[in-house]
Design a protein around this ligand. Sequence first.
Ligand code: 9MG
Length: 275
Amino acid sequence: MLHCGRFTLPLNRPLIMGIVNVTPDSFSDGGRHASTAARIVHAFRLLEEGADILDVGGESSRPGAQPVDIDEELRRVLPIIKALQGSNVPLSVDTCKTEVMRAAIDAGVDMINDINALQGDGALEAVAGSNVAICLMHRQGTPQTMQLAPRYADVVADVMAFLEARLAAAQAAGIGRERLVVDPGFGFGKSLEHNVILLREFNRFRVLGVPLLAGLSRKSMLGQITGLDVDARLIPSVAAAVIAAMKGARIIRVHDVKASKEALQVVNAIRENND
Ligand code: 9MG
């Protein structure tokens, strides 16, 4: 079970987290859902397709993306969060900014997805007193620098040690384990080889004892493997989601909810209960 704001989520099958980008420069939809109204329509479509959680993000984290200021990020995400409040689905906000976390929690989100693993000033304190779930993700570097020269002594061991340390920091700040999720952060300061090893060895992260989230949807590692452009990566994305689910991921972050959901129905049918 994951305690996630207004919800207690069973994790006996992998959940689908649908991505709602509210950015003009996200790598995978290139600002296609331009207006707030269009993004809300898009979010409701993801719900119809079977998303279990929606993840709303106002700052792109693609390699090379430029940071946005707090006011702009709030201007992007808050209208979407408010519009989705009545939809009875857990809402996550994808942000590293403490002020955005606080405002989103006040607006009623159920989860914080922080690609900086609550290392920002005041971030642990901002979420500790709430009841939201938190995804702690590993990354090396920042979106501006992360793909320049990623280096690890042992990528699985290094990522594991980081996630262990962030879990300990979160718990020391008063955040119960039942609210915590971890994610090795595919594509965040990782070469193709690092990403491949992380996915191959994904099940090793289960030793951390909290639910695992995997985000592989349309990522460049899939383009490097297949030679396909970002818009043509549906099948590789679904394949990666299936692999992650088979190796123990409990939340899969995707753009293509319908296709991922159908593929995971097959995974669920053949998975053993404790797989
Ligand atoms: C915001 N964002 C982009 N990619 C992501 C991933 O792989 N995991 C998580 N938790 N967030 C992501």
